[in-house]
Design a protein around this ligand. Structure first.
Ligand SMILES: Nc1ncnc2c1ncn2[C@@H]1O[C@H](COP(=O)(O)OP(=O)(O)OP(=O)(O)O)[C@@H](O)[C@H]1O
Ligand SMILES: [Mg+2]
Length: 264
């Protein structure tokens, strides 16, 4: 189904946190795939379903080892695990050294992820330093860049939207739309979104702002533990629901979501 790439230009605005929060409230079958070439964090951050630790060796690396001769969508499921709460994840590699041996993987991986019977949220990390991830990004249905509303991040974001748009257009005739989600305190949303729109407009860019995700320390901390009623009511999760609606409106997929979240 849909492949949505989540990424940042620089800094650590909260891409991995956003991937987890969006995945947790995604209303259709979904897989969070850690494709950050700088290394994944989920295995060290969140417990597995049942309370034990996630297995850091079962994920992208083990998938890569079996996929040299071709990658079928059904192979991916053999390398995924479930987070506490039931979210399906493909655990990432542990850093740049492993990524160096997997530069060939991103193109077949994107094809296989798109052919899965679930939407995929691919956490692609910071995209400036790992150009090979363009092989995956160009095949996504939507690329979402996350940033915080600081002067430097907004300036870098503008440059990234321009260079990424160019790089994607060079690679594929059919290339994905780029959208921006600002991670900001809720009372700053209006100002932050208006500021980014103004900066983009000044650079002659279309309106790429998709919305805001709450900067919510309590919610981000709770996301490291068990899913519970308290997490459900956090600003982070409530804002994630709104972002999910915006993203789903922009990607292909069946109409009428199955009640994955309602079943929770
Ligand atoms: N929406 C948020 N509200 C509050 N804190 C957040 C939020 N998102 C992330 N954080 C915090 O910021 C830090 C970095 O978050 P995260 O790992 O999600 O960022 P990232 O963009 O994936 O970084 P990296 O590029 O290192 O992978 C973490 O301590 C996390 O708890
Ligand atoms: Mg991350």
């Amino acid at each position: 189904m849909a492949l949505i790439a989540l990424a940042a230009d620089k800094g650590a605005p909260g891409v991995t946190t956003a991937a987890t929060a969006l995945g947790a409230v995604w209303p259709r079958a979904v897989l969070v795939a850690e494709c950050d070439t700088a290394g994944g964090d989920l295995a060290y951050r969140l417990p597995a379903q049942g309370g034990g630790a996630l297995n850091p060796a079962r994920g992208l690396l083990s998938l890569g080892a079996t996929a040299r001769r071709g990658l079928q969508p059904q192979q991916i499921q053999e390398h995924t695990q479930q987070l506490v709460g039931g979210l399906e994840v493909l655990i990432g590699i542990n850093g740049a050294e492993q990524a160096a041996g997997l530069t060939w993987l991103w193109d077949p991986l994107a094809q296989a992820l798109k052919a899965m019977p679930a939407d995929v949220l691919a956490d692609c990390g910071r995209i400036g330093s790992n150009p090979e991830i363009l092989d995956l990004l160009v095949q996504a249905d939507l690329v979402v860049l996350f940033a915080r509303p600081t002067l430097d991040q907004v300036a870098h974001l503008r440059e990234r939207v321009v260079t990424l748009g160019r790089a994607l257009a060079e690679r594929g005739r059919r290339h994905p739309e780029i959208g921006v989600v600002m991670v900001a305190e809720q009372r700053e949303y209006g100002r932050a979104l208006a500021e980014v729109r103004r900066v983009m407009q000044g650079a002659g860019l279309p309106d790429v702002v998709l919305g805001g995700l709450a900067y919510d320390v309590k919610g981000a901390d709770l996301l490291r533990g068990e899913w519970g009623g308290r997490l459900d009511r956090t600003l982070l999760i409530r804002s994630a629901r709104e972002v999910v609606g915006t993203l789903l409106a922009r990607v292909p997929g069946p109409v009428g979501p199955p009640a994955r979240e309602a079943a929770r």
